[in-house]
Design a protein around this ligand. Structure first.
Ligand SMILES: NC(=O)c1ccc[n+]([C@@H]2O[C@H](COP(=O)([O-])OP(=O)(O)OC[C@H]3O[C@@H](n4cnc5c(N)ncnc54)[C@H](OP(=O)(O)O)[C@@H]3O)[C@@H](O)[C@H]2O)c1
Length: 300
């Protein structure tokens, strides 16, 4: 089976590396070509466009930033659509709007191709170690066909139903993650403002009921003032925008608008969206999500 991989960013590069190490024949493409060099040195082939990559691949994998980026790489000039052969499968692993995932999958059927929406969770470390959680929407037989590929990338791989359900599941994940990040940043900021030694505070609380993935992974970075991105604030804000759009589309009219917190059915989503949007406006978008603490410090 010949694989093609497009999008060699924070997540894509280690994921493509794992596929090569697992023995798959891999062709890669990235808008910024230089990011492919380490993979080419490991034995991957280069395609000069998504169309060229699709021509030589049985399965194409994409992990790009946002919905318009995926649409451009799929259907834009020299996009996957121009090269994809009947019977091929697209595994689309970016976090994008669920309705767009459904639309893309439907259009691909016109070429007798299938698509899985298969967004991931677990961060850069999960991508490096192959321990990602992967939530998959699409046809169940196609899911089973692609499992050997997904098993090289993730540990918890769950079939969630038809196209779009993978992305919907991911939005649930992202809302919970964002509120956890807010909790960790705000809690550490409270410790700072109360004059506590933050390291001692974290030692005291990190094995109790406040324990979480975010506390374990992001709090040590905050302590070091290390804001290098695993997951960028700009991408978290994008995911909260997608959560908000999904809420508005699905149940926007159920709850009256609250002047402080928007649709009252999901006040947490609104609060997190506002905080991450403010962080973006303050120029923190390229920081990892632990950089939300900087917003609190600016405000203090
Ligand atoms: N980082 C995480 O912890 C994490 C975890 C789970 C899910 N995700 C999701 O995974 C996706 C990728 O995240 P990431 O952290 O890897 O992002 P990233 O480091 O910013 O990488 C984005 C990739 O998409 C490419 N790209 C973006 N826009 C493009 C366009 N219009 N045309 C062609 N290529 C384009 C970039 O190409 P260039 O190299 O040329 O810029 C790069 O390869 C996002 O949807 C994100 O929400 C991320």
């Amino acid at each position: 089976m010949r694989l093609g991989f497009i999008g060699l960013g924070t997540m894509g590069r280690p994921m493509a590396t794992r596929l090569l190490k697992a023995g798959f024949t891999l062709t890669v493409h990235n808008r910024t070509a230089s990011k492919a060099h380490p993979l080419l040195e490991m034995g991957a082939s280069w395609a000069s466009s998504p169309a060229e990559l699709a021509q030589t691949s049985d399965v194409v994998i994409t992990i790009l930033s946002d919905t318009p980026d995926v649409e451009a790489v799929l259907f834009g000039p020299k996009g996957i659509w121009e090269g994809i052969r009947p019977g091929s499968v697209l595994i689309e692993m970016s976090t994008i709007a669920p309705d767009a995932a459904v639309r893309f999958a439907q259009r691909l059927t016109e070429r007798a191709c299938e698509m899985l929406d298969a967004p991931v969770s677990g961060g850069e470390r999960g991508a490096i170690e192959g321990t990602l959680a992967i939530m998959v929407g699409g046809r169940e037989d196609v899911f089973h066909q692609c499992l050997p590929i997904l098993r090289a990338l993730g540990k918890t791989i769950v079939y969630t139903g038809p196209n779009g359900n993978g992305q919907k599941t991911k939005l649930v994940n992202q809302l919970i993650c964002a509120l956890n990040i807010v909790a960790v940043a705000e809690g550490i900021h409270l410790a700072e403002r109360l004059g506590l030694d933050v390291e001692t505070t974290l030692r005291a609380i990190s094995q109790g009921a406040a324990a979480s993935w975010m506390l374990a992974n992001l709090a040590p970075k905050i302590l070091q003032n290390d804001f290098t991105p695993g997951f960028k604030i700009a991408l978290q804000q994008k995911d909260l925008r997608l959560v908000r759009e999904a809420i508005q589309r699905t149940c926007g009219r159920e709850a009256p608008e609250n002047p402080d917190l928007g649709p009252t059915a999901f006040p947490g989503a609104e609060l997190a969206f506002r905080l991450f949007s403010e962080a973006l406006r303050e120029g923190l978008g390229e920081m990892g999500t632990q950089g939300l603490i900087v917003l609190y410090r600016h405000r203090a």
